[in-house]
Design a protein around this ligand. Structure first.
Ligand code: 8YV
Length: 331
């Protein structure tokens, strides 16, 4: 009868996940569900065999300096691992896992919702129906948006989520284009009738809508820089359900203000939970639709993520390679 591993969970997880974790492990839960302070995180890293962080925990090289001898696994409750210095963890002999696959469809749904919401002025219209006298009458030229079907969508990052966005957009009659370091297999390209652009710059200049679906890494930080945003056609829209850091937020806000870019749908921000005040102002005009990082926020998704975390921990503790191990070479 082995001793149960000490598993420290940094945030509140669905009840069913916490219950199962408590059955299986010596689980230390974060009862009040506040973000862990660096000091609390350091303490957790001292006592844990396994740490289960979320997107709100920064596990950088400095934080890893506090890792105790016994910490051997960081099982991230999330897909993106930009909150973790994976290379530094590995150097200390700590394995890192994530939860890919189970939040693909939910995140793609949210991207599609934003692709529809911004050009069709959904939040602007919905806001008019709250309160008594907002909607005063209909005319044929009133509150016109832009058609989605027939438009060109440029997907940046054609992994699982990018492909799921492509499938949805195709069903809406949108033409699919993508930029990815590697071209996806021909069968997938054919099924999606997707056009690959080796050059991101060239793709940007020809798209009506851009959807950001790549991970945030040093290579993708401000990938959509001021210089690249200027390449977009006047009237283009941008949707981001990946990570805020991929877009230069200030430049984006400036260009929407000036009308060079028509609008944006953003579920992620550079300094969450802080939101650029210029973007907040633009949200009042309807040109920008902002969501508080809800891409994967479904009950089903969170439970599936929890199941993945548990499987990764169990497999690791049984001495095998966990299914969702992350290596620096994968980033
Ligand atoms: C969640 C996410 O907020 O998985 C990700 O990369 O950004 C979101 O789905 C996150 O997983 C919570 O840790």
């Amino acid at each position: 009868n082995r001793k149960k591993p000490v598993v420290v969970v940094t945030r509140k997880l669905p009840d069913s996940v916490e219950t199962r974790m408590r059955e299986l492990f010596d689980t230390r839960l974060n009862i009040d569900d506040t973000p862990m302070t660096p000091a609390a995180l350091a303490e957790a890293m001292q006592e844990a065999d396994v740490l289960v962080p979320t997107v709100t925990d920064r596990i950088d090289a400095h934080a890893l300096g506090h890792a105790g001898e016994r910490l051997k696994l960081i099982a991230n409750f999330g897909n993106g691992v930009d909150n973790i210095d994976v290379a530094a963890a590995l150097q200390r002999g700590i394995t890192v896992t994530n939860t890919p696959g189970v939040l693909t469809e939910d995140t793609a749904d949210m991207a599609m919702a934003l692709i529809l919401a911004v050009p069709r002025r959904l939040t602007e219209g919905a806001a008019l129906m709250i309160g008594d006298k907002a909607w005063t009458g209909w005319t044929p030229t009133w509150m016109l948006g832009h058609r989605i079907s027939g438009k060109r969508l440029g997907i940046i990052g054609m992994g699982r989520i990018g492909q799921a966005v492509a499938r949805r957009a195709r069903a809406f009659g949108v033409q699919i284009h993508y930029h990815n370091r590697r071209r996806v297999p021909g069968k997938i390209e054919e099924a999606l009738e997707a056009t690959w652009w080796e050059s991101l710059d060239q793709m940007l200049a020809r798209m009506d809508i851009i959807s950001v679906n790549c991970p945030h890494t040093p290579a993708t930080y401000h990938l959509l820089s001021a210089r690249r945003l200027k390449m977009l056609q006047k009237g283009a829209y941008i949707v981001n359900t990946a990570r805020g850091e991929i877009i230069d937020e200030n430049a984006l806000a400036r260009m929407i203000e000036s009308g060079e870019i028509a609008g944006a749908g953003l579920d992620v921000f550079e300094h969450e939970p802080a939101v650029n005040p210029k973007l907040m102002r633009l949200a009042r005009t309807g040109k920008v639709v902002l969501l508080p990082h809800l891409g994967s926020a479904t009950i089903e998704g969170r439970v599936d993520m929890g199941t993945k975390v548990i499987i990764n921990i169990q497999t690791f503790m049984d001495g095998h390679r966990p299914p969702d191990r992350v290596l620096p070479s994968m980033l």
